[in-house]
Ligand binder design. Structure first.
Ligand SMILES: Nc1ncnc2c1ncn2[C@@H]1O[C@H](COP(=O)(O)OP(=O)(O)OP(=O)(O)O)[C@@H](O)[C@H]1O
Length: 232
């Protein structure tokens, strides 16, 4: 299988702190990878580098030519009085052509994405009154509207309850299987990493490792990462 992403000898730091000095790894097309590491080790910074918001100090970030990136941010609280329905919120990602209306093709795409994320029945619910899981699925649906083949989930399950986390990750797994989405999942939750992704990229101040989650040695993981309990 081809590499969707290849990072070669990347180095980056902020003025007072070097985060990586020789970071190299590749993600295969269609793979699911957890990005894990202690607080402040540089996970978000790596995502910002991948998204082109920061430039490497040296080294290279290469994507396959037809890479289309979708980004799902961390769950945020939304004001209960937020005026848009789930459908209208998801649709915001389609208003980039500058017209305040939607073409029949866009409506079909929107309906398809709402169905993919199991939101069809709840699409007229006000987003502010939706459950945490529905809100997070709305962010996911918004990202899917641009038909990405690479999806970055940035702590997207943090602050969701266990059942909702499971539901969201099952959905992401379905999308990975049906759309061949390559997934990079930033998480502090080792159990989710083991249950839903095949490999993990661990960042530590001393270096990094990319391994299969079946080979994860919990005792070598940073202490603050949630212990693997085996209970879902
Ligand atoms: N714009 C910036 N300017 C200076 N330092 C920064 C900037 N952004 C992040 N940092 C620092 O870089 C380090 C890595 O931050 P980053 O947010 O990438 O870590 P993280 O692994 O995502 O942490 P967490 O798990 O807590 O979200 C931290 O020490 C942070 O304070």
């Amino acid at each position: 299988m081809t590499d969707l992403l290849s990072v070669e000898h990347l180095s980056f730091g902020f003025h007072d702190r070097q985060l990586y000095s020789d970071l190299s790894f590749a993600l295969k097309e269609g793979s699911m990878t957890s990005l894990i590491g202690a607080n402040g080790v540089g996970k978000t910074t790596l995502i910002r580098l991948l998204m082109g918001q920061l430039r490497p100090q040296s080294g290279q970030i290469k994507f396959m030519p037809n890479m289309r990136l979708g980004y799902v941010p961390q769950f945020r609280n939304i004001d209960p009085e937020y005026p848009l329905s789930i459908r209208s919120f998801v649709q915001l990602n389609q208003l980039q052509h500058g017209f305040p209306w939607h073409t029949p093709k866009e409506k079909r795409q929107l309906d398809a994405v709402l169905a993919q994320t199991h939101l069809t029945a709840r699409q007229h619910q006000l987003l502010g009154r939706a459950s945490g899981g529905e809100k997070q699925k709305a962010y996911l649906a918004q990202a899917l509207l641009t038909a990405p083949n690479f999806l970055i989930l940035d702590e997207a399950t943090a602050s969701l309850d266990v059942n909702t986390k499971t539901e969201l990750m099952t959905l992401v797994q379905e999308l990975n299987a049906t759309l061949k989405l390559t997934v990079l999942f930033v998480t502090h939750d080792l159990q989710l990493a083991k249950d839903y992704t095949q490999q993990y990229l661990l960042l530590t101040p001393k270096g990094h490792e990319l391994r299969r989650t079946t080979e994860m040695d919990e005792s070598r993981m940073p202490k603050e990462l949630r212990p693997v309990t085996g209970v879902q």
